[in-house]
Design a protein around this ligand. Sequence first.
Ligand code: MN
Length: 197
Amino acid sequence: MAITFPDLPYPKDALEPYISAKTLEFHHGKHHKTYVDNANKMISGTPHENEDSETIIRKCYRDQSKIGIFNNVAQAWNHSFFWRCMKRGGGKPPSGEIAERIKSDLGGYEKFIEEFKNAGVTQFGSGWAWLVLDGGKLKIVKTPNAENPLAEGKKPLLVVDVWEHAYYLDYQNRRPDFLQAFIDNLINWDFVNSQLK
Ligand code: MN
């Protein structure tokens, strides 16, 4: 099945001032779209063209002969997921099931902030920081480049893009400031809770 290019779930200026309309215009309209276009070109005429993204990601993970397909399909998936992890007026301490799990599995919201931010800051070069379910427990992990924890059987609940293209126009090299703004003002905890269902 074709890899889809979803609209943003909000207007381009919805995340200002934390992520500018200009950043979203390039990040969604150019970067994300290019991954989707490349992914569809690469899977066309191969056995992967009838598989869903998750299946392709699992099958092509760490297969050097499929690195192009993996990178573009995973980046398409990662970005579609990332947009849904944010909303205007997001951030702040979560409620509901995720709040309980953060308390029991991670030691509380302050611990979550520290660990999640640290994962994003210490991902060397391009990549992603994730909150995942791993064997029924919350964990914070980071991945390089296009890699997605579902390739290793973990369930993604929340992600932040730490490629420079995600923040450079708004924060230049200040990745920690971008991560702090994401945590304090953008995380859509309703979406994260919905992923636990
Ligand atoms: Mn990106």
